[in-house]
Design a protein around this ligand. Sequence first.
Ligand code: DGY
Length: 319
Amino acid sequence: MTSKSKVLVSAPLAADLLARIETEYDVIQLPSANVLTAGTAGEYAEVVGWLTTVKQPVNAGILAELPAVRTVSNYAVGYDNIDVPAATGRGVRICNTPGVLDDAVAALTVGAILNAVRGLSRAERFVRSGQWAAGSPFPLTSDVHGKTIGILGLGRIGKRVAPVMAALGMRVIYHNRRPIEGEVPAGAEYVGRAELLAGADVVLLMVPLSPATEGFIGAADFAAMKDTAYFVNPARGALVDEPALVEALRSGSIAGAALDVMAVEPLPADSPLLELDNVTLLPHIGSATVETRRAMAELAVDNLLDSLAGRDPKGAVNE
Ligand code: DGY
C-alpha cells in the first residue's frame, strides 16, 4: 500500500472538512495558536500542502524548511502574512478566500461606522455605569445623513458598504490608485487623496496591506482630516501609524475612530488606545460569523485540494 502525502492544517477546521482532506492526504493538525517559525517548521518537512491562518507568517526562512510544500492555502482573504514573491520564487502556490466574506465584513463595517459616529458603545457604557440619570443626558452625537463618507480603497467590500451609507443619506467619495471602470456603486465620486481626507466626515480605510501600503495613513493624513471626522479601519492595523492615530484621538484633531484591526493583535493590555473613550475597539471580527467562517473554511479546503491536484483554485494569489 502506498502511503499518502502529508498536509499540515494549522487552522480551526470542522471535522467534516478535515475528513475531506483525509480522503487524499494524511493530515497533521496543529492548534492555530501554534505559530511555526524558521527553526521549528522543519519538523514538518514532508508536507506538500499547508492550510493556515493570517496569524502564521509564511516567509522564505519557513519555506526553506518545508521543501516539499507546493501550496499554502490561507484561511483568509488577506495574505499579508505571506511573502508572496518568496513563495512564487519557490514555486509555491498561495491561495486565499475572496468573495465569501464580503457581506459579513461590510455589515461589521457599517456597524463600526454607526458606532463611531453615534457613540453606541459609549452610550452603553453610560447606561451600564449608572450615569444615565435625570438631568445628565448622554452627550449629543452627530448625524450621518447629510455627511460625506470617503472610502480609501474602494474594492469588493467597500462597494457593499457604499450603497448602505448612501441609503442613510451620505454622499460617497472614494480614492483608489485609478478610478473604477464600469459601474460605480452609490454614484461614488472619484476624488484625489488630499480632497478625500479634507472633505470626508467619515474616512473608511479599505486598502489591502502589502509592503507598499504599510503605514499608508500617518500623522500628516490625520492632520489633514476635519477635527469632526471619524476614522474607521476594518482592514489591517499595519496600514496605520498607530501612535499618530492615538495622538490624533487624544488631541482632538479627529473626533473619533472605530478599529477592527490593530498594529499588534490581540491588543496589548498596555495599549494607549485602551485609555481613549473616543475609539471603538473590536477584536478583528469582520468575518467572524458562523456562516461566513464556514464558507471561508470550505473555500480554503477547496483551494488546497484543487491546487495540489493541479486544478485551478478559485482563490489563487499567484500563478
Ligand atoms: C481576512 O480574511 O483577511 C480577515 O481579515 C480575517 O483575517
